[in-house]
Design a protein around this ligand. Sequence first.
Ligand code: PNS
Length: 184
Amino acid sequence: MADASKRARRAVYPGSFDPPTLGHLDVIERAARLFDELIVAVAVNADKKPLFSLQERVEMLRECCAHLPNVRVIQLEGLLARFAQQMGACAIVRGLRAVSDFEYEFQMASMNRQLAPEVDTCFLMTHQHYAFLSSSIVKEVARLGGDVSALVPANVEKRLRQKFAPPSAGERTEGENHPSTGDM
Ligand code: PNS
């Protein structure tokens, strides 16, 4: 057998993960079965004002993926295509929920192919349970005190509760607001 065929097949699953949802975890678990190694790449994304810091998002994902020995969680700075090349990945994995996702995903996949022709984008259809799910909707519901326990891993739910907990009297300062979601 040629050497190339013995090389570990590595894929990158990039995203903002602000916060990670059960939909993301479903894609991670399935991609981890399809590839020898999966790198979950948490984007810095200067255009968005995330609710969770990069460090918090990386930590949450590491906790969520602790049961998956072939999954690593790394922060992603700069171009995804270059990152995938540097990691020696053969594929970029993205989840597709609905037709509405397609245009953006098609644009991104085409640009990434232009930049790194040897890295294919591989789409996994989101499980039907999570077809409606997004990080933005989770943040909105959690911010307004709704129950998101069926939508996010338990560790993420806990962190959301902490984020949106009313400040105690000692912490409260005049004019201070609760965190807002800021993005999407
Ligand atoms: O979860 P998201 O917010 O839909 O993920 C978008 C993400 C992080 C995959 C995209 O913004 C990205 O690839 N960012 C890295 C910078 C980059 O390469 N931009 C050009 C994409 S064609």
